[in-house]
Design a protein around this ligand. Sequence first.
Ligand SMILES: C[S@@+](CC[C@H](N)C(=O)[O-])C[C@H]1O[C@@H](n2cnc3c(N)ncnc32)[C@H](O)[C@@H]1O
Length: 348
Amino acid sequence: MLQNGPSSSASGTRTPAVAMLRLLGGFQISQALYVVARAGVADHLADGPRPVPEAAEAAGVRTDLLRRLVRSLATEQVFDFDADRDTVGLGPLGHTLRSDSGDSLRDVALMWMDTHYRPFAGLWSTLHDGVPAAERELGKPFFDWIAEEPDRVAGFSAAMSDLMTTLRQDALDSLDLSGVRHLVDIGGADGTALADLARRHEHLHGTVFDLPHVVEGADPVLHKAGVADRIGTQGGSFFESVPDGADAYLACFILHDWNDEQCATILDRIHRAADPGARLYLVETVLGEGTAPEVATLLDLTMMGMLDGRERVREDWRTLLSGAGFRLDRVVETTGPMCVIEATRTDD
Ligand SMILES: C[S@@+](CC[C@H](N)C(=O)[O-])C[C@H]1O[C@@H](n2cnc3c(N)ncnc32)[C@H](O)[C@@H]1O
């Protein structure tokens, strides 16, 4: 018999206590997803269902325990588990844990559980003193901690690249780059976004700007995309300065990491670098707008635990921008959870 979870029973029939218990157990589900992602179980099922012992051997884990994990995650739509045949296949969500699917979140599963999971145990303290839980757990601000180990940098950039494809691609697709000759991607990580944009806009030149140890990872991405002749890289901190003279700036998933004062500094650095009339595109969530409000509120929790940032409503964005010499022109909703906030640098 195929065991595949709550979709078969009407969730409306659940008592509030049962629904709450599932929410409370979320930390166990997260860890179960992590271990199957880390063991590459979904990759080993890419060609179809297999006997559980065979899948366990391929993944290098214990058969009896994998069977129990698979059964638990079948109720979450991750696997199809046939108890009679003792086989496991991918359920409706399973391919997102494959490393090579177009909407893979495998690197997010690894990064969140390796870096975000433990800090969240300290959310209680954050609620009282406002210090991000990660800063207390890691002993320093999150991005400083990431910078200490190349493996952390690579893992974080890989997760960002996953999220780029799954959450932000629609926003990048809807960027109006008509007339833009040179685009600077502020906090552009390993260049995934700018490589994609340059591939699709043949006229576009650009610069990936990020911390020196991060932007190092962009060269292979730009070469692989065949755009290294048009897109360069520059290392630095956006709290100091950003590349000047471009006619457009992109800050994708950046300002939500920072508090209002820090955002004002970053926007000021862009204002100083940009000529009057230059365009600024922010790819961010706008609380209360967009197609997946649950993603915006989830990210707001992430910001609370990990950084001093937050998600914002439209008026927050307008205030931040106008305070730094930018006019908010429009907010473009996309088919995904992110919006494109378009602004123009005003005259001094
Ligand atoms: C949430 S990630 C977003 C990356 C990318 N824009 C995306 O959408 O996937 C934030 C980025 O900001 C970069 N960053 C953090 N502090 C920075 C600083 N002071 N100067 C420049 N970049 C910084 C990080 O290295 C990281 O790549």
